[in-house]
Design a protein around this ligand. Sequence first.
Ligand code: DQA
Length: 144
Amino acid sequence: MTVLILNGPNLGRLGVREPDVYGTATYDDLVELCTKTGAELGLGVEVRQTDDEAEMIGWLHAAADAGSAVVLNAGAWTHTSVAVRDAASQLTAPLVEVHLSNIHAREPFRHTSYLSDIAAAVVMGMGTEGYAAALRFLALDGRA
Ligand code: DQA
């Protein structure tokens, strides 16, 4: 089963976007890390990014219908979007919420996540390595 790694707004600008907060790895580096880690774990992975909330919701609906596990960095939608939460709630396979930064060590408006209580696991503050950790978690005991 292919694991979907879904990234929300502004994450396509990794590497140039606030590197002091999000690191210097680019979005292409992230795709490479996820693809390599997936191959090591025997998991197919598909990495996507969108700045369009409707597109993200459509991807989550398709993942729900396919029974796919999802690694989700919803970016700012994490803190704002009941619609993304409602779409993610329909998943039947595990959801792992990922953030490059430690959202609890940042501004108060980032401390609330609409996703954490429906996620099987939450990874934050590890930079792009958090995505590899999420994939390792999903590979354990055949979760994905
Ligand atoms: C983020 C944290 C969010 O607060 C922010 O809006 C992002 C990225 C992270 O990966 O650390 O876009 O999800």
